[in-house]
Design a protein around this ligand. Structure first.
Ligand code: FES
Length: 119
């Protein structure tokens, strides 16, 4: 389904992990291209419907390509160039968001009826 527009016979290959499986890809291609080249059409599930999602625009606009890269969740695969040893994992669960702690100036007590003027 996906083929490079130009074949470079001397392009350097690097080893990366896709969902724990070691694969060889051309150095410098995007993580999304690497996923598609290796047959992974869906890299996450929609948080709303649970439907499978995969890279769509390949230019950083749609955010359908979010994956975990080197342990960091919600990375845009289409905007990330592969590097040797990179680990790319599909996302299949809701992500937890760290809320500000009470000591933080960003903390807002939702039970407080006063407006938050700290920000
Ligand atoms: S494929 Fe659209 S933002 Fe990555």
């Amino acid at each position: 389904m996906f083929i490079p527009l130009q074949q470079n016979p001397v392009s350097e290959q690097v080893a990366i992990l896709i969902n724990g499986e070691s694969v060889q890809v051309s150095k410098g291609i995007s993580a999304a291209a690497a996923l598609l080249k290796h047959g992974l059409k869906a890299n996450r599930l929609s948080l709303v419907s649970g439907n499978q999602r995969g890279p769509y625009c390949m230019m950083g606009v749609c955010f359908e390509c979010l994956v975990e890269i080197n342990g960091l969740a919600n990375q845009q695969a289409c905007m990330t160039q592969v590097e040797a040893g990179m680990s790319i994992r599909s996302q299949s669960q809701f992500r937890l968001i760290a809320l500000p702690q009470k000591e933080s100036p960003l903390f807002y007590d939702v039970t407080n009826k006063e407006p938050n003027n700290a920000i």
